[in-house]
Design a protein around this ligand. Structure first.
Ligand code: SF4
Ligand code: SF4
Length: 166
C-alpha cells in the first residue's frame, strides 16, 4: 500500500522513564533562572504595562491621526477614498461644504472604529492628500465601553505624531 511504518523510539527503560529528559529540561530552566537572578540586566521581559517599549519603529502602524494644514485646519477633503479602501469598513465620514474656500469639502464627522480596524494601513495608502497617518505610536488603548473605541474627528486631530527617542 506504500505506507511506511516509522519505528517508535524510546523502547528502553531510560527513555520510557522520561526522567533524564525531565532533569535535562530542568537543568536548562534553572541555569537561566540563577543567571538572571544574579544579573537582571539581561532579562528580555518587559514589565508591561507599567514599563512601555521604547524601541517602536517609525514604520509602526499605531492609532490614526488626521493631519492639519499650515493654518491648523483639517487637511482632509472628505473624498471617501480611505473609507472605500478600508477592508474592515470601519471609517465613517460625513462631508460638508468648506466655507473658507480652501477646498470644496471637509469632514463634518470622521469616526474610526478601532475595534473593527485591522491596522492594515490601507487608509493611509489610499489618501491622496496625506490627511491621515498612523504614526502616533499609540498601540495600546484600554476603554471600558465599546463606544469609547470609536475615535472621532476631534480626537484624530488631537493625536500627535510619535516623538523619536533620543
Ligand atoms: S488601518 Fe485598515 S482597517 Fe484600519 S481604518 Fe485604515 S484601512 Fe481600515
Ligand atoms: S483622509 Fe484622505 S482619503 Fe480619507 S476622506 Fe480625507 S482626504 Fe480622503
Amino acid at each position: 500500500m506504500g505506507i511506511k511504518i516509522v519505528p517508535r523510539h524510546g523502547k528502553n527503560f531510560k527513555d520510557r522513564a522520561y526522567l533524564p529528559a525531565i532533569f535535562g529540561g530542568l537543568k536548562v530552566t534553572f541555569k537561566h533562572f540563577f543567571t538572571n537572578l544574579k544579573d537582571t540586566s539581561n532579562i528580555k521581559t518587559l514589565q508591561y504595562p507599567e514599563e512601555q517599549p521604547k524601541d517602536i519603529t517609525p514604520r509602526y502602524r499605531g492609532v490614526h491621526r488626521l493631519t492639519k494644514r499650515e493654518d491648523e485646519s483639517v487637511r482632509c477633503v472628505a473624498c471617501f477614498m480611505c473609507a472605500t479602501a478600508c477592508p474592515a469598513e470601519c471609517i465613517f465620514i460625513e462631508a460638508i461644504e468648506r466655507e473658507d474656500g480652501v477646498d470644496e469639502k471637509m469632514p463634518k464627522r470622521f469616526d474610526i472604529d478601532l475595534l473593527e480596524c485591522v491596522f492594515c494601513g490601507g487608509c493611509v495608502e489610499a489618501c491622496p492628500c496625506d490627511a491621515i497617518r498612523m504614526d502616533t505610536g499609540i498601540f495600546t488603548f484600554v476603554k471600558s465601553k465599546r463606544e469609547d473605541f470609536v475615535i472621532t474627528k476631534e480626537q484624530l486631530l488631537a493625536n500627535e505624531p510619535m516623538k523619536e527617542e533620543k
